[in-house]
Write a protein that binds this ligand. Structure first.
Ligand SMILES: Cc1ncc(COP(=O)(O)O)c(C=O)c1O
Length: 356
């Protein structure tokens, strides 16, 4: 079965085999070396220095990393402006609400571009300590305007918290301009590891000066950072998922790193889009605003999502449904993971059989 959903991904043999590494206690030196090796490699993905950036590894899915980032980075007197144009932006507002952290919403239609003019007006009031942005809104495939928004934040002196759960490892992220205070991501999407490990990259100088209340016992990044910088861990980590991430990162660099991964995804997405185009299946968004990771396509009138899903599943491919109002209108295809040229040819055949 080839997974075309946005994570978990189809594993390579290398990563699958790594899962059966030796039994290991998370208090032993071997674990601490493994943890440090993963942290070093996560910095290398975007060529970041250990002096300025700290990867903090968590056991939990991407949502855990996003939640940990929000509650550990926004101080008591802080206020966030959450930019929403899909499910994941809306979830961020839900998290802030449940922790009673002050926030406002900058709402945009799902899939629409972010209205920079109205955002700029809101930011000019200087009420916000943080802007929170989903980089790649997996709801639709839209790649949000991270560079532009990051520059806007710099000019208004606002810090930026980024949900890069479905873009980290493939799309460009402007870490260098100093506005990103933290970025949350996960092992089992563009990095091709398994679910279970997620992480937050903290801007060390900014985090050092953050005095956020301890809002959670488990998701407190201060505790993790201190323990991991001291080569330990506050809680039991998912050791096997760490093994898989270490191997996935080795493979990532063997395959040429972030820009190579971007190019591979782009090539795959161009091919799949053109196959679907020849079958008269239209994309939801133009490629100029779409990520290379996932694309939404409009369901043809004569087919339901269930029919398309079942037909492709029978032929060895798992696609993904649209969410909420797009449930009956869209289907989504993600091309992360270990997908060969042969798999893409089989997919061409399967799509042809499904839509012609
Ligand atoms: C942008 C984004 N943020 C957060 C999440 C939540 O991640 P998880 O399902 O691993 O908790 C996802 C999941 O697809 C996502 O795409």
């Amino acid at each position: 079965m080839i997974l075309l959903n946005p994570g978990p991904v189809t594993l390579s043999d290398r990563v699958r085999n790594a899962l059966s590494g030796p039994d290991l206690c998370h208090r032993e030196e071997e674990f601490s070396l493994l943890q440090q090796s993963i942290r070093d490699k996560l910095l290398r993905v975007y060529n970041l220095s250990n002096e300025n950036w700290a990867p903090v590894l968590l056991t939990g899915s991407g949502t855990a990393a996003v939640e940990a980032m929000l509650i550990s980075c926004i101080p008591e007197e802080g206020k966030a402006l959450v930019i929403e144009n899909g499910v994941y932006g809306e979830r961020i507002s839900e998290m802030l609400k449940s922790y009673a952290i002050h926030y406002d919403r900058h709402t945009n239609e799902w899939g629409a571009n972010i209205d920079i003019d109205s955002l700029s007006v809101m930011l000019s009031k200087k009420k916000y300590s943080h802007v929170v942005l989903v980089h790649h809104e997996t709801t639709t495939g839209r790649l949000n305007e991270l560079s532009e928004i990051s520059e806007l934040c710099t000019s208004y002196g606002t810090k930026l918290l980024v949900d890069a759960v479905s873009s980290f490892g493939a799309e460009a992220i402007p870490f260098e301009n100093g506005t990103i205070a933290a970025c949350a991501a996960t092992a089992n999407k563009c990095l091709h590891g398994v679910p279970g490990t997620s992480f937050v990259l903290l801007n060390r100088p900014l985090f050092k000066n953050t005095v956020a209340p301890r809002r959670s016992v488990y998701l407190d990044l201060f505790k993790y950072l201190k323990a991991q910088d001291d080569k330990g861990t506050p809680f039991t980590q998912s050791v096997q998922s760490f093994y898989a991430l270490e191997e996935a990162l080795r493979e990532f660099f063997d395959q040429g790193g972030r820009t190579s991964r971007y190019k591979v995804y782009k090539r795959r997405m161009t091919k799949v889009s053109s196959i679907l185009n020849s079958l008269r299946i239209e994309p939801f968004l133009p490629s100029s605003v779409n990520s290379v990771v996932l694309r939404s396509f409009l369901l043809p009138h004569e087919k339901t999502y269930e029919e398309v899903h079942q037909s492709l599943k029978k032929q060895g491919f798992i696609i993904y449904a649209g969410q909420n109002q797009y449930r009956d209108k869209l289907f989504r295809i993600s091309l992360m993971g270990n997908i060969s040229t042969k798999d893409l040819s089989s997919l061409e055949f399967a799509l042809g059989k499904t839509f012609s």
